[in-house]
Design a binder for this molecule. Structure first.
Ligand code: ADP
Ligand code: ZN
Length: 196
Protein backbone atom coordinates (compact mmCIF):
# COMPACT_ATOMS: atom_id res chain seq x y z
CA UNK A 1 0.00 0.00 0.00
CA UNK A 2 1.20 3.49 -0.81
CA UNK A 3 0.68 6.07 1.88
CA UNK A 4 -0.81 9.16 0.32
CA UNK A 5 0.88 12.40 1.36
CA UNK A 6 -1.38 15.17 2.64
CA UNK A 7 -0.99 18.89 1.94
CA UNK A 8 2.34 18.47 0.14
CA UNK A 9 3.36 17.81 -3.44
CA UNK A 10 5.40 14.90 -4.68
CA UNK A 11 6.88 13.26 -7.78
CA UNK A 12 5.96 9.83 -9.12
CA UNK A 13 7.97 8.13 -11.87
CA UNK A 14 6.64 5.38 -14.11
CA UNK A 15 9.49 3.86 -16.10
CA UNK A 16 10.35 0.79 -18.16
CA UNK A 17 10.89 -0.17 -21.80
CA UNK A 18 8.52 0.34 -24.70
CA UNK A 19 5.30 -1.68 -24.49
CA UNK A 20 5.59 -2.06 -20.72
CA UNK A 21 2.36 -0.14 -20.08
CA UNK A 22 3.77 3.21 -18.93
CA UNK A 23 1.21 5.25 -20.85
CA UNK A 24 -1.63 3.02 -19.69
CA UNK A 25 -0.51 3.37 -16.08
CA UNK A 26 -0.15 7.15 -16.44
CA UNK A 27 -3.65 7.35 -17.93
CA UNK A 28 -5.06 5.17 -15.13
CA UNK A 29 -3.59 7.39 -12.42
CA UNK A 30 -4.66 10.64 -14.06
CA UNK A 31 -8.19 9.40 -14.69
CA UNK A 32 -8.50 8.54 -11.00
CA UNK A 33 -7.31 12.04 -10.10
CA UNK A 34 -10.00 13.44 -12.43
CA UNK A 35 -12.65 11.24 -10.79
CA UNK A 36 -11.54 12.78 -7.49
CA UNK A 37 -12.32 16.17 -9.09
CA UNK A 38 -8.74 17.31 -9.00
CA UNK A 39 -7.50 19.78 -11.56
CA UNK A 40 -5.40 17.65 -13.94
CA UNK A 41 -3.21 18.68 -16.87
CA UNK A 42 -1.40 16.22 -19.12
CA UNK A 43 1.49 16.97 -21.41
CA UNK A 44 3.62 15.14 -23.88
CA UNK A 45 6.46 16.26 -26.16
CA UNK A 46 5.26 16.94 -29.69
CA UNK A 47 8.10 14.78 -30.98
CA UNK A 48 5.79 11.93 -30.16
CA UNK A 49 3.52 12.21 -33.18
CA UNK A 50 2.78 8.53 -33.41
CA UNK A 51 -0.89 9.03 -32.77
CA UNK A 52 -3.19 11.94 -31.97
CA UNK A 53 -1.78 15.42 -31.30
CA UNK A 54 -4.28 16.06 -28.51
CA UNK A 55 -4.34 12.75 -26.68
CA UNK A 56 -2.19 10.23 -24.92
CA UNK A 57 -2.72 6.93 -26.69
CA UNK A 58 -1.28 3.68 -25.43
CA UNK A 59 -0.20 0.82 -27.65
CA UNK A 60 -3.49 -0.84 -26.74
CA UNK A 61 -5.47 2.29 -27.79
CA UNK A 62 -6.34 3.53 -24.30
CA UNK A 63 -6.68 7.32 -24.64
CA UNK A 64 -6.79 10.50 -22.58
CA UNK A 65 -6.74 14.14 -23.78
CA UNK A 66 -3.34 15.80 -23.48
CA UNK A 67 -1.44 18.85 -24.70
CA UNK A 68 1.51 18.35 -27.04
CA UNK A 69 4.28 20.86 -26.34
CA UNK A 70 7.49 21.57 -28.22
CA UNK A 71 9.52 22.51 -25.15
CA UNK A 72 9.53 22.97 -21.42
CA UNK A 73 8.91 26.70 -21.94
CA UNK A 74 5.78 25.93 -23.91
CA UNK A 75 4.66 23.55 -21.18
CA UNK A 76 5.11 26.31 -18.60
CA UNK A 77 3.06 28.71 -20.70
CA UNK A 78 0.25 26.17 -21.03
CA UNK A 79 0.16 25.45 -17.31
CA UNK A 80 -2.99 26.47 -15.49
CA UNK A 81 -2.44 28.29 -12.18
CA UNK A 82 -5.14 26.03 -10.68
CA UNK A 83 -3.45 22.78 -11.67
CA UNK A 84 -3.19 20.22 -8.88
CA UNK A 85 -1.95 17.14 -10.75
CA UNK A 86 0.52 17.32 -13.64
CA UNK A 87 1.13 14.32 -15.90
CA UNK A 88 3.97 14.18 -18.41
CA UNK A 89 4.40 11.27 -20.82
CA UNK A 90 7.64 10.46 -22.68
CA UNK A 91 9.44 12.74 -20.26
CA UNK A 92 12.85 11.45 -21.40
CA UNK A 93 12.42 13.48 -24.60
CA UNK A 94 12.33 16.83 -22.81
CA UNK A 95 15.62 18.73 -22.82
CA UNK A 96 16.47 21.50 -20.37
CA UNK A 97 15.70 21.72 -16.67
CA UNK A 98 12.71 19.38 -16.64
CA UNK A 99 13.70 17.81 -13.31
CA UNK A 100 14.01 21.26 -11.72
CA UNK A 101 10.62 22.20 -13.14
CA UNK A 102 8.97 19.10 -11.64
CA UNK A 103 10.69 19.70 -8.31
CA UNK A 104 9.40 23.27 -8.33
CA UNK A 105 5.88 22.00 -9.02
CA UNK A 106 6.11 19.40 -6.25
CA UNK A 107 7.57 21.99 -3.87
CA UNK A 108 4.55 24.17 -4.53
CA UNK A 109 2.18 21.38 -3.49
CA UNK A 110 1.38 19.70 -6.81
CA UNK A 111 1.38 16.02 -7.56
CA UNK A 112 3.63 15.34 -10.56
CA UNK A 113 3.43 12.03 -12.43
CA UNK A 114 6.05 11.47 -15.13
CA UNK A 115 6.36 8.46 -17.41
CA UNK A 116 9.31 7.63 -19.61
CA UNK A 117 11.89 5.21 -20.91
CA UNK A 118 14.60 4.59 -18.34
CA UNK A 119 16.92 3.06 -20.94
CA UNK A 120 17.63 3.91 -24.55
CA UNK A 121 17.98 1.28 -27.29
CA UNK A 122 21.53 0.57 -26.15
CA UNK A 123 20.47 -0.09 -22.60
CA UNK A 124 21.99 3.23 -21.45
CA UNK A 125 20.19 5.58 -19.03
CA UNK A 126 17.93 7.89 -21.01
CA UNK A 127 18.18 11.69 -20.66
CA UNK A 128 16.96 13.03 -17.34
CA UNK A 129 15.51 9.71 -16.15
CA UNK A 130 18.35 8.83 -13.74
CA UNK A 131 17.84 12.17 -11.99
CA UNK A 132 14.08 11.69 -11.87
CA UNK A 133 14.60 8.30 -10.30
CA UNK A 134 16.73 9.79 -7.57
CA UNK A 135 14.53 12.78 -6.68
CA UNK A 136 11.11 11.07 -6.90
CA UNK A 137 9.11 9.91 -3.90
CA UNK A 138 7.49 7.01 -5.76
CA UNK A 139 8.96 4.87 -8.51
CA UNK A 140 7.20 2.21 -10.56
CA UNK A 141 9.37 0.18 -12.89
CA UNK A 142 7.30 -1.81 -15.36
CA UNK A 143 8.33 -4.61 -17.65
CA UNK A 144 6.98 -5.71 -21.01
CA UNK A 145 7.03 -9.25 -22.37
CA UNK A 146 10.03 -10.32 -24.43
CA UNK A 147 8.72 -10.96 -27.92
CA UNK A 148 11.45 -13.57 -28.50
CA UNK A 149 11.10 -15.81 -25.48
CA UNK A 150 8.20 -14.66 -23.31
CA UNK A 151 10.27 -13.63 -20.31
CA UNK A 152 9.77 -10.27 -18.60
CA UNK A 153 11.48 -7.63 -20.76
CA UNK A 154 13.20 -4.52 -19.45
CA UNK A 155 14.84 -3.29 -22.66
CA UNK A 156 13.71 -1.78 -25.96
CA UNK A 157 15.50 -3.42 -28.86
CA UNK A 158 15.84 -1.33 -32.00
CA UNK A 159 15.31 -3.22 -35.22
CA UNK A 160 16.24 -0.30 -37.50
CA UNK A 161 19.91 0.59 -37.87
CA UNK A 162 20.06 4.23 -36.90
CA UNK A 163 22.63 5.59 -34.46
CA UNK A 164 20.59 8.53 -33.09
CA UNK A 165 19.21 8.10 -29.57
CA UNK A 166 15.91 9.75 -30.35
CA UNK A 167 14.18 7.75 -33.03
CA UNK A 168 10.54 7.92 -32.13
CA UNK A 169 9.30 4.45 -31.83
CA UNK A 170 6.59 2.60 -33.56
CA UNK A 171 5.87 -1.04 -32.98
CA UNK A 172 7.68 -2.09 -36.13
CA UNK A 173 10.93 -0.32 -35.21
CA UNK A 174 11.34 -1.65 -31.69
CA UNK A 175 10.82 -4.85 -29.76
CA UNK A 176 10.56 -5.44 -26.04
CA UNK A 177 13.31 -7.88 -25.11
CA UNK A 178 14.73 -9.53 -22.03
CA UNK A 179 18.38 -9.20 -21.12
CA UNK A 180 19.43 -12.34 -22.94
CA UNK A 181 17.53 -11.76 -26.18
CA UNK A 182 18.64 -8.11 -26.22
CA UNK A 183 22.29 -9.12 -26.06
CA UNK A 184 21.97 -12.06 -28.44
CA UNK A 185 20.22 -9.87 -31.00
CA UNK A 186 22.97 -7.29 -31.19
CA UNK A 187 25.85 -9.75 -31.10
CA UNK A 188 24.44 -11.97 -33.85
CA UNK A 189 22.86 -9.56 -36.32
CA UNK A 190 24.06 -6.07 -35.64
CA UNK A 191 27.39 -5.97 -33.78
CA UNK A 192 28.52 -2.49 -34.83
CA UNK A 193 25.59 -0.59 -33.31
CA UNK A 194 26.00 -1.82 -29.77
CA UNK A 195 28.82 -1.20 -27.35
CA UNK A 196 28.98 -2.49 -23.82
P1 ADP B 1 4.46 2.09 -23.09
O1 ADP B 1 3.90 3.47 -22.78
O2 ADP B 1 5.28 1.52 -21.95
O3 ADP B 1 5.19 2.01 -24.41
P2 ADP B 1 1.70 1.41 -23.54
O4 ADP B 1 0.97 1.75 -22.27
O5 ADP B 1 1.59 2.38 -24.69
O6 ADP B 1 3.22 1.08 -23.20
O7 ADP B 1 1.18 0.01 -24.11
C1 ADP B 1 1.12 -1.16 -23.32
C2 ADP B 1 0.34 -2.21 -24.09
O8 ADP B 1 1.10 -2.64 -25.22
C3 ADP B 1 0.04 -3.49 -23.34
O9 ADP B 1 -1.09 -3.39 -22.52
C4 ADP B 1 -0.21 -4.47 -24.47
O10 ADP B 1 -1.56 -4.40 -24.91
C5 ADP B 1 0.63 -3.92 -25.62
N1 ADP B 1 1.82 -4.70 -25.96
C6 ADP B 1 2.30 -4.85 -27.23
N2 ADP B 1 3.45 -5.57 -27.23
C7 ADP B 1 3.72 -5.92 -25.95
C8 ADP B 1 4.78 -6.64 -25.30
N3 ADP B 1 5.79 -7.16 -25.99
N4 ADP B 1 4.74 -6.75 -23.96
C9 ADP B 1 3.71 -6.22 -23.26
N5 ADP B 1 2.69 -5.52 -23.82
C10 ADP B 1 2.67 -5.35 -25.15
ZN1 ZN C 1 13.92 -13.00 -24.23
Amino acid sequence: MILQPRDVGWIEVICGPMFSGKTEELIRRLKRASYARQNVQIFKPDIDDRYEADSLVSHSQVMLPSVAVASLEELRRALSPQVEVIGIDEVQFFTGPVVEFCEEMADSGRRVVVAGLDQDYKGEPFGSMPRFLSVAEYITKLMAICVRCGNPAHRSYRLAEDPQQVLVGTADQYEARCRRCFRTGYSSSNPSSHTT
